[in-house]
Every structure is written in C-alpha cells, then in structure tokens.
Ligand binder design. Sequence first.
Ligand code: GLN
Length: 481
Amino acid sequence: MEIDLLTVESARTAILEKQISASALVGSFYQRIEAEDAAIGAYLTLCKERAYKQAAHIDALADKGDDLPPLAGVPIAIKDVFTTRDVPTTAGSKILQNFVAPYDATVVSRLESAGAIILGKTNCDEFAMGSSNENSGFYPVRNPVDHTRVPGGSSGGSAAAVAAGTAVASLGSDTGGSIRQPAAFCGVVGLMPTYGRVSRYGLIAFASSLDHPGPFAKTVQDIALMLQAIAGHDPFDSTTADIAVPNYGDYIGRPVTGLKVGVPAEYFDEGLDGEVRAAVELGIQELKNAGAEIVSISLPHTPYAIPTYYVVATAEASSNLARYDGVRYGLRASGGKSLAEMYRRTRDTGFGAEVKRRIMLGTYVLSAGYYDAYYLKAQRVRSLLSRDFDQAFTKVDVIVTPTTPTPAFKLGEKTDDPLAMYLADIFTVTADLAGVPGISIPCGKSKEGLPIGMQILGRHFDEATLLQVAHVAEHALAARP
Ligand code: GLN
C-alpha cells in the first residue's frame, strides 16, 4: 500500500474492507515519518501511545463488525497550537516548551470521536506569527516539493505533513492566511471556515477575533469530511454560531452551472507573479467552461488590508500573550531578584524576536494617545473591508483569486525584511478580517515545478458552495493535459 497517496476516503475504505488494520496503518505512518521527516521538520511531537490506543479501539470496532465512524482509522496531524491532554502543546514557542494542557481542544476531541488517529503535533511559527515557518522556536519546516524553499506559514508543518504523505490530513489555524498560504505553497487543499463555524476552545490564542481552525487534505472531498467532523456550535466557545451544519458531502459533485464567480481586479495587479496569474486565469476559465458565469468585481479597500491586519492582530496578540509570565504556564527563568524581574527574564528568554516585535507593536497601538489613531482606525477600516465583501456577495456567489502573489520563496529570503514577509499575506488577510470562509486548491505549477494555489472565497457560513466550486475546479484542472 502506497500510504503517501492515501486520502481520507481511501484510508477509511482500506480499514473498512480489512485490507489493513488501523494499528498496522499507524505503524506504517510512523515508519514513513522516521524516514522522511528529518529532512522536512513537519513534526514537533509524536504521540505514539495515544495513536496506538485509538487504533486498537478502531480495530476492535471493525472486528465486532460495528458501524465505523466517518474518519475511522484515518491518521492525521494537529498543529501544535491546539491543546492535547497528556501530550505537549508548545505553539512553536520555547516559552511553552514543556507545557502539557489538562484538556483536549474541541476540534481534537471531535476528530477523535469521528475515528481519526492523531499521529503527532506539527511545527508552526511561534504563536502562529509568520508566513514561512522560520519563526518556529525549534526548527524551520522545509517545503516537501523543494527543500530549499519554505512551506509557508504559520501552519507550515500541517501543510508539509500532508504534502509529504506523513499524514493523510491535518488541522491548522488561519489568522491572516496561515492555512491557505501554506496549502498553496505545498500543493495541497486548505480550508479556512467562517469565523464561528468551528470552535476555538483549546486553540492557543493569537488574535481571538481572527483565529480560525481548519483542515488540510489532498482533495476537496477529504476537506468536506474533515469539516463535517469539526464544524458546529460548541458550548465552550461562545463565538461559535448555533447554525445548522449542512451535509457537505451533498455538495461534492454538484455542477456549477449558473453560479456567479466574481473576479476582483485588485487581486490581479502588477505585484502578481506572471506564472501565478496565468495559472489562476486558466482555473477561472475552467469554471467558465463548466458553466459558471464570470463577473468582474471590485473590493476597493483591499490595499488597506495588510496595515489593518497588522494593527488589529498585534493589538489582540499583545493582550493574549500577557498571560505568559512564568507563573501560570510553561517556562520560568531563574535568577530574578524580584517578581517583576522574573517576569521580564521569562518573557525575554521564552519569546522569539518576531513575537516580541508583535507584542511591542500591539502594545503601542493600544496605548493611550495612539489608540484612536491606530487601533480604532484599523477597526473602522476592517468594517469597510467587510462591507466590500457584503456588497460583492450581493452580485456573485463566490470570489476567485490567487492565494499568494508568488510561489514558495527560499528559506532566508525574507527573514531580514519583516515587511516583505508580511506582503506574502496580501491576498489572504482580507477574508480573515471579514470573517468569510476561503479555500485554496492546487492550480498548476510554475516552470520550476512549484505549486500554485487558487483561492475561492464565499459568503458567511456558506462553506458548502465553496466546496462545490472547489471540487469542480479541482477535477477540471486535474483533467488538463
Ligand atoms: N502570516 C500572518 C502573520 O504572520 C498570518 C499568520 C496566521 O494566519 N496565523 O500574522
């Protein structure tokens, strides 16, 4: 069995039809991780005991001939920002190096209840702050397609594990593009659900009004299965919406005839790489050939999205990260002569440079005298960006754009220039700010063989239409010579 090619669907079928036991499958995945992951660095922690225990549970169900749950025996990986009981959760930070949470995140327990097997926790930028995974407090992740290049960030480990076939699917989080951008760079599918569709309970907070948990997989169909397992109201997260969750599988295979696809001029300006433009234009053409109507639209406030994001996100981060003080969680630096000195030493040794930069920036924009000029203004612009989407969605059903302005860049290429790094998020941060869902699907390759991603954005809580359109595009693109 070529386990690197397994999908959620085919892994479950293999177990259902007893071609392999869940325990043997997990064993094969750990062998593959041992062979492949040293060169990639997608994993921070493996949780073998937990994985084999869950595999034994699935095998017992299969032996009894019981109905198997929808993700039965599917080996997955979890970004290390989601808490896992008895297994370390670091958020990619030295400040949480030995932290073990006393409870599972809602998404983790829902995936396990659906039968999935958690192989381990994946590497990420520290506290999910970054676009390349080079901000991990431990080691960078390398792009499985080209080891000299970044996998994207911040959920780079989760994207790389799926691309390298060291997990069938995975979970990431998207605050400013961190699912869709690494999906595009690694050539896999990544979905950011609507804000409020998936619980944040047990997700280590970066920017609470922007953090969205979501899945990575090889196919749109697999994404639908993963979303089905994690979506829905959670009494432990009051920002989750009590809105019925449709059966996403019903939308896979539906034609797009008559659907209106918006193409925003602002996402195709001169900053866009020529090969990315050509690939995405072909993707749009495929949707047209499949019967969709292509409509030119405008999202006029797009140029303000990056500065708005880096004010709102850092402001929220500065208050969320105040809890890491050496008293309540993780690391405590020794040698401090007073409580204040212990706090300072802990935060100085525990946080990396980018996290410190964000805390300082966020504290500044929230400080008396600057609050109105920066934070309040950014909130107003955020409303304008949301309004852009609301107006567009009165005319079209989905919006199609490139996911990133370029394919994956080289390790080290942007580390000295934070602003250049922030610009990698230019097409993805808008949806986070507006809270609308978005998916990135593979859409061809550059001449150098680097994956290119096409982004599809939808109305609030309309992940179903996104999946419908993404599936049609995925199949049309795969059929292309
Ligand atoms: N790259 C963006 C940042 O650095 C987005 C990160 C994310 O979505 N978690 O903040």
